[in-house]
Design a protein around this ligand. Structure first.
Ligand code: BG6
Length: 473
């Protein structure tokens, strides 16, 4: 077996002429090359029947699309590129891959292909010997429910050891998401209040002001819960709510995350409000009577000693008023109104804005100048940055090549996350329609029974010099 720490020496990606490769993978490869982390053959595989020259042109096109091209890195990338055109079900495709891999001992195979093709490719890699001592990166969605995720894990385990499987969730590669974990466990002041005694509720909103962007066919098979809740938003919830890992290694972190996922109570229909934006059914690839949700609001309970009784509200949707992802942790109000009974006690909050820019802040109450003991909320900002310095794909692919699984999802965690959403996938009740540019169907408001309702993230990017954006208080 290859030791977990030895670096990969060839990068193979399936789906090389696809959308993901164009938008994310080539730019990440250019960045890795620039950092000296990709001194190895880069082999693209696809069914498109292109020539190597066409493939190189596509790579250049992708880099131009992503931003200013680093001519030197682009030229190196093109020199290191190989292209195999072939059917994924055909043995000769893998035989050709074997010969292009030549002396490579620890290839990394990245499956940037539709999930229905995962089993075919994994079996092809195993039968041809290309899986030996190799690693595999698997794109989301990892299955479409608990049963299919289990089946996919079985297929992968038939060819790869769990330590060689890297289930990618690009949210875990975001700087702001890593900072969530860092901020929680590198500061003493947070831990004493981070529990049911002090936290009233937690809200996580991932809002997008655009629709399905031509991905109607894909979206019909997914819907918001499969597309972003089961993975991105439950992962964020896990990092926000888990206990501290007991060691420095990836396994310790995975173990605590898994414990947290297992504490999440499976959702019931009454914990979920599903919506669909007006006009979704006119999108290309969408059924005229589609009941797929483009909006979901959920009330999640985590049955652990730390969180029993604290609701976690999660909301996401397409065609909402803003594009922003934000977490608001609302603390309980002080027990008595000491200063002035005109002003009821108000709570403090912690705010983690994950995108479009990164903000970590807390709200505090201070006295307004004057004779009256009246207060106002101020925002204490710990971090405010315009955006991620490094793309999540650059970070995660680099980690996978080094064999570092810290920011990837384990077999047990992915299944535990599916178990949470499984009961509310494909609910038969009709989705509620909502206006484009609104905060979803009206029923979503009723889900939040405490405090002041949903906290709507401000449009971004927030101006660093400006006054704090409006909060729920
Ligand atoms: C993807 C979903 O996984 O994440 C998309 O398939 C969604 O529907 C996207 O728009 C959001 O990612 P980000 O990084 O732009 O917040």
């Amino acid at each position: 077996m290859t030791p977990a720490t030895s670096s990969s020496d060839a990068f193979v990606f399936f789906g090389a002429t696809g959308d993901l490769a164009y938008k994310k993978i080539f730019p990440a490869l250019q960045a890795l090359l620039r950092n000296g982390e990709l001194d190895m053959p880069i082999i693209g595989i696809a069914r498109s029947g292109w020539t190597l020259e066409q493939f190189r042109a596509r790579a250049r096109d992708s880099l131009e699309h992503a931003g200013p091209v680093d001519e030197e890195a682009c030229a190196r990338l093109c020199r290191q590129l190989h292209y195999i055109s072939g059917d994924y079900a055909d043995d000769t495709t893998y035989a050709r891959l074997r010969s292009v891999l030549r002396d490579a001992r620890r290839p990394l195979h990245y499956l940037a292909i539709p999930p229905s093709l995962f089993p075919t490719v994994v079996q092809g890699l195993a039968a041809s010997g290309c899986a030996r001592d190799a690693r595999v990166v698997v794109e989301k969605p990892f299955g479409r429910d608990l049963a299919s995720a289990r089946a996919l894990n079985r297929v992968l385990h038939g060819a790869f050891d769990e330590s060689a499987i890297f289930r990618i969730d690009h949210y875990l590669g975001k700087e702001a998401v890593q900072n969530l974990l860092y901020f929680r466990f590198a500061n003493t002041f947070l831990e004493p209040v981070w529990n049911r005694d002090y936290v009233q509720s937690v809200q996580i909103t991932m809002a997008e002001d655009f629709g399905v962007q031509g991905r109607g066919g894909f979206y019909e098979e997914a819907g918001a819960i499969r597309d972003v809740v089961q993975n991105h938003l439950l992962q964020v919830t896990a990092l926000l709510a888990m206990d501290a890992p007991v060691g420095h290694d990836a396994a310790s972190l995975q173990a605590e995350k898994l414990r947290l996922f297992r504490g999440m109570r499976p959702l019931r229909a009454q914990d979920v409000v599903r919506g669909q934006f007006e006009g979704y059914r006119d999108e290309h690839g969408v059924a005229d009577d589609s009941n797929v949700e483009t909006f979901a609001a959920l009330r999640l309970h985590i049955d652990t000693w730390r969180w029993a009784g604290v609701p976690f509200y999660i909301r996401t949707g397409k065609c909402l008023p803003v594009t922003a992802t934000e977490i608001l942790v609302d603390l309980k109000v002080p027990p008595l109104a000491i200063f002035d009974t005109i002003e009821p006690p108000q709570s403090n909050t912690f705010r983690f804005r994950l995108s479009p820019e990164v903000v970590i802040s807390a709200s505090a109450r201070v006295k307004r100048p004057g004779t009256a003991m009246l207060g106002q909320s101020v925002e204490l900002v710990a971090r405010r940055e315009s955006a991620d310095q490094q793309s999540p794909y650059e970070r995660l692919l680099g980690d996978a090549m080094r064999g570092d699984a810290t920011l990837f999802t384990s077999d047990a965690s992915v299944e535990a996350a599916w178990a949470v959403v499984d009961p509310v996938l494909d609910l038969p009740e009709p989705v509620a329609s909502y206006r484009r540019g609104s905060w979803g169907p009206e029923g979503a408001a009723a889900l939040v029974s405490d405090g002041e309702g949903w906290h709507d993230p401000a449009p971004g990017p927030e101006d660093a010099g400006a006054a704090p954006p409006p909060s729920a208080h």
